[in-house]
Design a protein around this ligand. Structure first.
Ligand SMILES: NC(=O)c1ccc[n+]([C@@H]2O[C@H](COP(=O)([O-])OP(=O)(O)OC[C@H]3O[C@@H](n4cnc5c(N)ncnc54)[C@H](O)[C@@H]3O)[C@@H](O)[C@H]2O)c1
Length: 345
């Protein structure tokens, strides 16, 4: 039986990965200390995900381990010797990183190094999949010329239709401390691929989403808008007139990409992953469609100041991923995602 270690296993992507691998007959060891609760308060509590997984899976084993616990991580890898590592544990918010810089760096950068070293010692030939982020590009994507349309911004250059590709620079740009700690982790993951020739990959995510997101104001864009519509909460739009654009991908499509890589790994690979143009939406458009689908009106508060380092228009260019893994594609449409989030799928 094949064995995997999935970190952040109670989170959005980690829990989807656990369920997918378990369904395929793998033994999965999940690593998650529910730090999301500590980061975001009750909205971020992932206990329900853990309970759902425990009930729905056959071979899943949970470890309340902290990825910052270097010796604990090394011990787990020695015992388990995983055939696959999927690293999803993270401190995922810009704003929180500024408030808690040491925790942010220790979890995102040092935690990733702990996992890479544990993998190098115990299972150097096993694919190591890292969930990176488009924030490694900092605000460099904002330098592209944009046009303002009625409900969204878009790239002015028609050659940019496919969005941001992996050649976008990652330095001399404003990242937020979160973007910097993830960029450090991203470079380490690449280096273990290049220097040690381990099968490592960075998936630089756009907006990853799905119904198992413990969405909070500081993290989980679409799921949080949906939560506000459903629960009658006020949603705050930060700057750019609500015309900022995100591309959204369902967790199941992210997991499919991780599996495609695991079957045919390329050391030190880097891919942008998101919903692409088809699944792109502005904040205004997302609100309008969710209001339509639910028949409710969202209470919106507009804050003039944009979040620092926020992307104005970000669409992931998926051409490299599609070219290297032609069987992979975005399968869940934006409309399906929105319906899943409000429970009318
Ligand atoms: N969700 C998105 O829109 C998005 C976008 C781009 C990149 N990403 C990246 O994808 C990955 C997964 O994101 P997600 O949305 O599933 O996040 P998530 O917050 O839902 O899940 C992360 C999990 O990691 C756990 N965790 C945090 N610190 C930990 C620690 N020290 N030890 C063990 N577990 C810990 C949390 O409790 C949480 O359950 C992250 O690396 C994130 O940076 C996410």
């Amino acid at each position: 039986m094949k064995t995997a270690v999935v970190t952040g296993s109670s989170g959005l992507i980690g829990s989807e990965m656990v369920a997918t691998l378990d369904h395929l007959g793998w033994k999965v060891h999940g690593v998650d200390n529910n730090m999301r609760l500590e980061f975001f308060g009750p909205d971020g509590d992932t206990t329900a995900n853990l309970e759902r997984l425990a009930a729905a899976t056959e071979r899943f084993e949970h470890h309340g381990l902290d990825v910052r616990d270097r010796e604990g991580v090394a011990r787990l890898f020695r015992e388990v010797v995983p055939d696959l590592v999927v690293h999803c544990a993270a401190q995922p918010s810009h704003d929180l990183a500024a408030q808690r810089p040491f925790d942010d760096f220790d979890v995102n950068a040092v935690g990733t190094l702990n996992l890479l070293e544990a993998a190098r010692a115990a299972c150097p030939d096993s694919p190591f999949v890292f969930l990176s982020t488009n924030k490694v590009y900092g605000d460099a994507p904002n330098e592209l010329e944009l046009v303002e349309l009625e409900t969204r911004y878009d790239y002015a250059d028609p050659d940019r239709r496919d969005g941001i590709d992996e050649s976008c620079r990652i330095d001399t740009t404003l990242h937020s401390l979160f973007g910097a700690s993830k960029a450090a982790a991203d470079l380490l993951v690449q280096e273990y691929g290049r220097y040690f020739e381990m099968p490592t990959v960075c998936f630089r995510g756009g907006c990853l989403t799905g119904s198992n997101h413990a969405s909070a104001e500081l993290h989980g864009f679409l799921a949080y808008v949906a939560r506000c519509v459903l629960e009658g909460r006020t949603y705050r739009i930060y700057g750019y007139k609500g015309k900022q654009v995100r591309d959204n991908i369902h967790a199941s499509d992210v997991c499919a990409a991780a599996l495609a890589y695991a079957e045919a790994p390329r050391p030190g690979a880097v891919y942008n992953i998101g919903g692409g143009r088809e699944n792109s939406v502005s904040v205004l458009e997302a609100i309008a469609r969710l209001e339509e689908l639910t028949g409710r009106t969202l209470s919106v508060e507009y804050v003039d100041e944009a979040r620092r380092g926020d992307h104005i228009c970000y669409i992931s260019d998926l051409r490299r991923l599609r070219s290297d893994y032609p069987d992979w594609d975005v399968r869940v449409s934006l409309e399906q995602i929105l319906r899943v989030l409000i429970g009318v799928a």
